[in-house]
Design a protein around this ligand. Structure first.
Ligand SMILES: [Fe+2]
Length: 215
């Protein structure tokens, strides 16, 4: 046996069908956080129609999803939007998607405020390839986003296992952190449990699709 083939053969586990989650931190977020928090709170104040629809569709919380889902064109958010675009490019490249002929184009960006008792039921984001969230504000004790294992057959007969290991969990939780961004496949179901603290959790959600490059 040649030395080369010995190094290629190794007893152990092979990873198949991974779900890739991208994490990144907005550089020097502390300098911009108050401005971004103020922007979202002012948006809620002024968006009466959004407040009305949120009361009906998003109990106890506020989302601009119904009224202002184009925040990517807001000049006051240019720095954040630029950062999000860079992350989407990295995400596509690190997957080895075809970035020669397609590029990630943002098609929605909206703000969310989750005060005490508000929560976000499990959902996914149709008509997109990449979805994500950026944490504008969070405090210790605010709920973590929960990603649901997308392989339903796993529920058939799960063995007893250490559920704290990512490969064994059915709901993977990732804690919010001010200035942190998460990106994930749009088909991945996710939700946020009830906020049981007094502190508002503020986030921005967004979607990208891979569109053909103009040649
Ligand atoms: Fe979502």
């Amino acid at each position: 046996m040649s030395g080369n083939s010995e190094t290629q053969r190794k007893d152990g586990l092979r990873v198949l069908f991974p779900t890739l989650i991208y994490e990144a931190w907005y550089p020097d977020y502390g300098a911009e956080s108050e401005q971004l928090i103020g922007f979202v709170r002012q948006l809620r104040e002024e968006d009466k129609e959004g407040q009305r629809l949120s009361a009906r569709e998003y109990p106890s919380g506020y989302t601009s999803y119904f009224t202002r889902s184009n925040l990517y064109s807001e000049t006051r958010l240019a720095g954040l939007v630029n950062f999000i675009h860079q992350c989407a490019g990295n995400y596509a490249q690190q997957h080895r998607w075809d970035t020669q002929n397609f590029q990630p184009v943002i098609n929605a960006m909206f703000a969310n405020i989750n005060p005490r008792f508000s929560f976000h039921p499990e959902h996914l984001h149709p008509y997109s390839h990449i979805s994500g969230v950026f944490y504008v504000r969070s405090e210790p004790g605010n709920p973590a986003i929960s990603f649901k294992d997308p392989r339903p057959a796993r529920w058939m007969m799960p063995p007893a296992a250490d559920g704290s290991k990512p490969e064994n969990t059915f709901n993977a939780r990732v804690a919010p952190e001010p200035g942190k961004l998460l990106m994930f496949p749009s088909w991945l179901e996710h939700g946020v449990p009830q906020n049981q603290t007094e502190e508002e959790r503020i986030s921005m959600s967004f979607n990208f699709e891979m569109r053909p490059r103009q040649k």
